[in-house]
Design a protein around this ligand. Structure first.
Ligand SMILES: CC(C)(COP(=O)(O)OP(=O)(O)OC[C@H]1O[C@@H](n2cnc3c(N)ncnc32)[C@H](O)[C@@H]1OP(=O)(O)O)[C@@H](O)C(=O)NCCC(=O)NCCS
Length: 315
């Protein structure tokens, strides 16, 4: 007798059960890691699901949902076409439910031209099942509850100022250092990607919501960091400031410069009413992997990646 798979494409009437499963998942994540927010609007989620153009796969056991898997397939200028799943994009009661869901979803994603699947899983316990299915960790989301003040003193000759669009050249040079630390070979970027990076950076420097923090030592750029209020993000608390693009000139490293800059920035953030800070780092960036936990940041979610095509085609 041929076994009929319990997996099918989700339909409108599944939205409420899926939302219930997601709410339970997030509450579970938040009880393991309080830096994860359990906030979840079922109504907004159901609406987003109804309007999504990508399918959601559900495991339906005689009318009872035992899991779901959703991925948005998007083109990425650097990595090609990939499928992305957030912390609310999946749930499963048993591992074989996950296997069934993946089998169906992979087929559909491949047909849609996707070369890889990226998924956010709760740091620690949440990653194991994905690792066992051939996923490799790519990057980490880390958070810190802001209980200031963050005391700091600048040594003689150090000066922190707010940068502006006229600092684009400096920002580009620091960005190249970050790419290098993340294993992106600069000559691997196409002219288009380089122009894209430059226009993204120019936009960031001109954005009134973002702050560009620049440290100069005796008048020369020595370190930078960008901050902005984190837009609503599944699993993140409200009033979170995002810290990104942290970089220190190689000649100034391991002297506490990045630590002092981060403390100065967090001190301002507390004064501005932020309650949490969030960062991201690549798993193979050794400096960042040691630096952020040393500042008190704790991993919340880990992004994992699995190729959907034979390795040779996965650029
Ligand atoms: C990561 C980076 C910003 C750290 O700047 P820094 O001014 O050297 O950092 P600090 O001196 O304040 O370091 C504080 C602590 O972080 C850890 N740390 C920092 N750099 C480290 C490294 N390369 N390897 C291991 N641990 C490191 C150490 O615990 C260090 O304390 P210690 O020096 O007493 O051992 C800097 O190496 C850099 O610009 N790297 C390239 C860009 C980058 O990767 N940015 C992060 C993107 S997420």
């Amino acid at each position: 007798m041929e076994l009929v798979s319990p997996v099918r494409r989700g339909v409108k009437s599944d939205a409420s059960s899926i939302a219930q499963r997601v709410a339970a998942r997030l509450a579970g994540d938040a009880s393991v890691e309080p830096l994860v927010s359990r906030y979840f609007s079922r109504q907004d989620f159901e609406q987003a699901l109804a309007h999504s153009t990508s399918p959601v796969w559900v495991d339906d056991s005689h009318g009872r949902l035992r899991g779901h898997l959703y991925g948005a397939t998007l083109d990425d200028a650097v990595n090609g076409r990939q499928t992305w799943t957030g912390p609310d994009g999946y749930s499963y009661e048993f591992e074989n439910v996950l296997d069934n869901l993946c089998e169906w979803a992979y087929r559909a994603w491949r047909d849609d031209g996707s070369i890889a699947h990226l998924v956010w899983a709760l740091a620690g316990n949440g990653t194991q099942d994905w690792v066992e299915r051939g996923y490799a960790m790519v990057s980490v989301r880390g958070s810190l509850a802001l209980e200031g003040p963050f005391e700091h003193t600048w040594p003689e000759g150090y000066h922190l100022r707010r940068g502006d669009p006229s600092d684009l050249g400096t920002a580009l040079a620091f960005d190249a250092l970050i790419d290098e630390a993340q294993g992106v070979a600069l000559d691997s970027l196409s002219e288009f990607q380089r122009e894209q990076n430059e226009s993204d950076l120019a936009e960031l420097l001109g954005d009134p919501e973002s702050h560009y923090h620049l440290v100069e030592v005796n008048g020369r750029p020595a370190a930078q960091c960008v901050t902005f209020p984190l837009p609503p993000l599944r699993g993140s608390h409200d009033d979170t400031i995002y810290l990104g693009s942290l970089a220190v000139d190689p000649s100034q490293r391991r002297r506490g410069l990045a630590s002092t800059l981060v403390r100065a920035v967090l001190d301002d953030a507390v004064a501005d009413g932020f309650r949490f800070a969030e960062v991201r780092w690549h798993i193979d960036n050794e400096g960042a992997t040691s630096f952020w936990p040393a500042q008190g940041f704790r991993p919340t979610y880990v992004q994992l990646r699995r190729s959907l095509v034979p390795e040779a085609q996965d650029t």
